[in-house]
Design a protein around this ligand. Structure first.
Ligand code: PPS
Length: 286
């Protein structure tokens, strides 16, 4: 904890609401049910956007739920102490979210039919998004500069470890009936089609006006204005009182505004090396 992280099995975790003992407890004892829906991601991939969309799909476009219950209660983070306590004995179908890499995940998932959605995003945008978030938040080590965070990121010395390992681990589930990979980029490019794809995967049918309401209420602007979804309630605790902002830009390709030419080249080289054997269609930003 002294270095700005809680460590578990060689992976850094946030310092708030995590302990190694708790992580072990979740890994060994959490039991998945077939009717659960799990959102998985590396931090800053668009996780909360997906939570908002799922919340709206299940309420058939009615915004009452997203406007009255904080996003972290609608789909709690399984690995946090708060989330685990909330989810453990919850009756009925559960929504939950996690950033945990596959090798540290509760084993019961792999025997269940729980629906799993992995959201993937260009790691360059994840890096930039993460940098601007961690410098205004109080639960992970603060980088001193983008240059420094760039180094940490490519070495996998950031919360939840290496993006490359995270993706490689989870996409090994590709092809399973209960597993869907969705990219932030496809959600951005054609949100309507991406939501329809999600509905099909979840076995949900929406009327045209319900679908329109899902799209309208999960837009960047709508989420930015919804205090149940924009994390403004956590300012002064997890986020800086003044500058802490969760809804930053919500665009693809922002890394181009921050990487130097040299950084872009270094990143390309590492990306090619580390993903050479993976299907290119997994990376729709390439
Ligand atoms: S976290 O902290 O890991 O849970 O963050 P996560 O939710 O995965 O990702 C945060 C980024 O997602 C952007 N975001 C959105 N983009 C488009 N539309 C909507 N509705 C939306 N909601 C959140 C958010 O702005 C972060 O990206 P950046 O690039 O920093 O703007």
């Amino acid at each position: 904890m002294s270095d700005g992280y809680v460590w578990f099995e060689g992976i850094p975790f946030p310092v708030v609401d995590f302990t190694p003992e708790h992580m072990r407890e979740v890994q060994e004892n959490f039991v998945f049910k077939d009717e659960d829906v799990l959102i998985l991601s590396f931090p800053k991939s668009g996780t909360n956007w997906l939570i908002e969309i799922l919340s709206l799909i299940y309420s058939k476009g009615d915004p009452k739920w997203i406007q009255s219950v904080p996003i972290w209660e609608r789909s709690p983070w399984l690995e946090t102490m708060y989330g685990y306590k909330t989810l453990k004995d919850k009756e009925g179908p559960r929504f939950m979210t996690s950033h945990v890499p596959i090798h540290l995940f509760p084993k019961s998932l792999f025997k269940s039919k729980a629906k799993v959605i992995y959201i993937i995003r260009n790691p360059r945008d994840i890096l930039v998004s993460g940098y601007f978030f961690w410098i205004t938040s109080n639960f992970v080590k603060k980088p001193e500069s983008l240059e420094q965070y760039f180094e940490w990121f490519i070495q996998g010395k950031v919360v939840f470890g290496s993006w490359f390992d995270h993706v490689r681990g989870w996409i090994s589930m590709q092809g399973k009936e209960n597993f869907l990979i969705l990219s932030y980029e496809e959600l951005k490019r054609d949100t309507r089609s991406a939501v329809q794809k999600l509905c099909q995967f979840l076995g949900k049918k929406l009327e045209p006006e319900e679908l329109n309401s899902v799209l309208q209420n999960s837009s960047f602007q709508a989420m930015k204005e919804n205090k149940m979804s924009n994390y403004s309630m956590l300012r002064g605790w997890l986020l800086d009182q003044k500058n802490g902002s969760f809804m930053r830009k919500g665009i693809s390709g922002d890394w181009k505004n921050y990487f130097t030419v040299a950084q872009a080249e270094v990143f390309d080289k590492i990306f090619q090396e580390k993903t050479a054997d993976l299907p290119r269609e997994l990376f729709p930003w390439e």
